[in-house]
Design a protein around this ligand. Structure first.
Ligand code: NIG
Ligand code: FE
Length: 418
């Protein structure tokens, strides 16, 4: 792999500075005009104005890579995906358009449970190759690190199959994948009449095995109407924490349950969704280190009007992040730029806030902020270059992919001719 001297960054968004970003700090991009980056192997060795970097002692030996005036930012860090699943649920999409709700479809045996049935029947190879194709698309859209959850298996064999596929993919392709065990996605059909017996199984058997075998870094629960209660989620996430799996939680999406408060109580890495939180929750979240991961792709795809209260969270000082929630039921998109567009127009985040919420803050929520999420000497050379005149045009041109080059750990993994 050559060392690179990257020039021609009309706007270089470094995102250097305080971590995590809160309040007004969220809009600080650390922008350098006519910037340059020096890369040695997988790391950034120097970054700054072109004139300074060109004079660096290692600059002459490096291979020149002229971006010709593109806008360059850290590769997106997508901190909430359900990457491994067997295929789409486009029939349900059509049912929802004609009036059925997500909850009604789930109650009738569709929704997550229908993906679970198909996932159990799928071979590891089929799941892996589907996910691998999706990862290529993530890379083409500028994402360089992502979190991925299990949760479409819900029996031990199938949950293991998903976590193992994630491990293989992490080794075999360039993007970094952080694994989350979501054995508590919904109560599986075998345990429908005795959900607490399923919670016992998770707490006593599956979670300790996942932790001791090193199959995941985080543990998640879908805590909502139609899924797990706050009391059940507390048991599951505490069991995870006790053996080293840091909690994340699907909280307050469909109903106001108290899940956001639970995230604070358990010092979770993140509380995700948050459509239904109230002002008291917002104040409490702002005083905590729980990242509030907002998933506007879900509201958009489900056709719901109530997006999470991003402005209030930012004003109160909470750690706000954005993610795709890539999954076949509520948010089938790999595009972080589309998520930025939704964040700007539907939640009134500024383009600068949205970019910080898609890079450095999610890196913090994954405990990877020492390596990714900003462009600074010592960090991975993970970056995305966009064919736009200003960073504001990334969300502005919605629904098109303007990412023309993606670099992961110093290797070009996507490049589009202009
Ligand atoms: O984050 N809410 C739970 N999990 C996913 C939906 C999964 C599905 O519908 O398949 C979510 O929205
Ligand atoms: Fe999700």
């Amino acid at each position: 792999m050559p060392d690179w001297l990257i020039t021609g960054c009309s706007e270089l968004l470094t995102l250097r500075g305080s971590v995590p970003r809160r309040g007004r700090g969220l809009a600080e991009l650390g922008l350098i005009r006519d910037g340059a980056i020096l890369v040695h192997r997988d790391r950034i060795t120097a970054i700054g104005p072109r004139r300074t970097i060109e004079r660096h002692k290692d600059a002459r030996r490096a291979e020149k890579l002229d971006f010709g005036g593109r806008v360059v930012l850290p590769g997106f860090v997508d901190a909430h995906t359900h990457l491994v699943f067997p295929g789409s649920r486009a029939e349900e999409y059509e049912q929802r358009i004609s009036g059925k709700t997500y909850e009604e479809i789930a109650k009738a045996g569709g929704g997550i449970r229908s993906t679970v049935t198909r996932c159990r029947e799928s071979s590891p190879k089929a799941l892996r190759e589907h996910a691998r194709a999706c990862l290529r698309q993530f890379a083409q859209h500028g994402t360089t690190t992502l979190e991925a959850k299990s949760g479409y298996g819900l029996d031990w064999k199938s949950e293991f199959k998903i976590l193992d596929v994630l491990n293989q993919l992490h080794q075999q392709q360039p993007l970094d994948i952080v694994r989350t065990f979501l054995g508590a996605h919904v109560v599986p059909p075998e345990y429908r009449k005795r959900p607490d017996a399923f919670v016992d199984l998770l707490v006593k058997r599956w979670i300790p095995t996942v932790a001791t075998a090193g199959l995941a870094e985080f543990c998640d629960v879908y805590c909502d109407a139609g899924a797990f209660t706050v009391a059940q989620a507390r048991r599951i996430l505490s069991a995870g924490r006790a053996c080293g799996l840091v909690p994340r939680i699907h909280a307050e999406q469909l109903a106001h349950t108290g899940a956001a408060r639970l995230a604070i109580e358990l010092q979770a890495a993140s509380a995700d969704h948050l459509e239904k939180i109230d002002d008291a929750d917002i104040r409490a979240l702002a005083l905590s280190n729980v990242a509030c991961i907002l998933l506007p792709g879900c509201c958009f795809h489900l056709g719901l009007r109530d997006f999470p209260p991003a402005r209030k969270l930012i004003k109160a000082g909470a750690i706000v992040a954005l993610a795709t929630d890539f999954n076949p039921g509520t948010s089938p998109t790999v595009s972080m730029s589309m998520i930025l567009s939704l964040a700007c127009t539907q939640m009134r985040m500024s383009p600068a806030e949205a970019i910080a919420a898609a890079t450095i803050n999610p890196a913090y929520s994954l405990r990877l902020h020492d390596r990714v999420g900003s462009l600074e000497a010592g960090k991975y050379a993970d970056l995305a270059a966009f064919d736009v005149a200003s960073y504001r045009e990334i969300p502005y041109y919605f629904g098109v992919n303007l990412c023309s080059l993606t670099m992961k750990r110093g290797a070009i993994i996507h490049s589009k001719k202009r």
